[in-house]
Design a protein around this ligand. Structure first.
Ligand code: NDP
Length: 259
């Protein structure tokens, strides 16, 4: 049994983890729609995948906009037929102490990270349930499992993704559909580059010092690679992962388990 020929939507597929997920899924023969706001990035990813012989399309989407999500899945179905696999990877991260976190920023984090994930699931689950096969993987974070200083808005929105994952998994368990999450620590992507730059700007540290400061949380003292996250996401999409439902794979080098 293989997932070759299945149709997948990867949100936030223009760079970082999402681009790696899209590539690994196509290596399994999955046909992929990559979605994000930056047309140039998603077009570049889709073009590179097509030039490698895979079937891939770019569809512009802002997951903070419900109409844009509706349009994404209309176009995805036009390209793929059925959407069998959904990887909710689009996300944003900002940092502020809880007493200084503005309501607008809190709302933005929730709208993209939690509500975007919820709406994309609503757009795809009915078809998956009807056909009796589906895989949803939500890219959460170790911040979905524990708190830390200055990330209350991000952590709260990612905790919401975990609650959504576990509850939806319970609802679809008998329908051939699974809903799981991956929870990485710091990954080597533009998002982490921005975190490092932010620390440099706020503290006057060098880039290396800022990187060392965030790696203090990692027992392996290194950034996780996008490909390592993509491997877990791809595994959760495979037939072999059928009994795994409502779970999370924690990719943190042992940070949470040794805390
Ligand atoms: P990047 O910033 O490198 O990439 C994020 C992707 O999401 C981009 O393609 C971006 O494209 C897209 N995106 C952001 N906002 C929206 C939006 N409103 N609508 C559609 N697409 C959007 O981040 P990463 O690859 O690092 O992160 C991917 C996921 O992994 C996120 O959910 C993040 O929270 C999570 N994660 C990341 C970790 C890390 O250390 N980097 C650790 C743990 C979890 P565009 O801006 O063009 O829309």
């Amino acid at each position: 049994m293989s997932i070759s020929g299945r149709g997948a939507v990867v949100t936030g597929g223009g760079r970082g983890i999402g681009a790696a997920v899209a590539r690994q899924l196509t290596e399994c023969g999955v046909r992929v729609v990559v979605a994000a706001r930056s047309s140039a990035e998603i077009e570049a990813v889709a073009t590179a995948l097509r030039s490698g012989g895979s079937e891939a399309w770019a569809v512009r989407c802002d997951v903070a906009d419900p109409d844009s999500i509706t349009a994404l899945f209309e176009q995805a179905r036009a390209h793929l037929g059925d959407v069998d696999i959904l990887v909710n990877n689009a996300g944003i991260a900002t940092a502020a102490p809880v007493v200084k976190l503005e309501l607008a920023e809190w709302t933005r984090l929730w709208t993209v990270n939690a509500t975007g994930t919820f709406l994309a699931m609503q757009a795809t689950l009915p078809g998956m349930i009807e056909r009796g096969w589906g895989r949803i993987v939500n890219v959460a974070s170790i911040a979905a499992l524990r708190g830390a200083r200055y990330i209350s808005g991000y952590a709260a929105s990612k905790h919401a993704v975990m609650g959504l994952t576990r509850s939806a998994a319970a609802e679809v368990a008998s329908a051939g559909v699974t809903v799981n999450a991956v929870c990485p620590g710091y990954v080597d992507t533009p998002m982490t580059d921005a975190t490092v730059s932010n620390i440099v700007e706020r503290t006057g540290m060098t880039e290396q010092q800022a990187l060392d400061a965030i790696l203090v949380t990692s027992p392996q003292r290194r950034l996780i690679t996008p490909n390592e996250v993509a491997s877990s996401v791809t595994f959760l999409c495979e037939e072999a992962a059928r009994p795994i439902n409502g779970q999370t794979i924690v990719l943190d080098g042992g940070a949470i388990s040794s805390h």
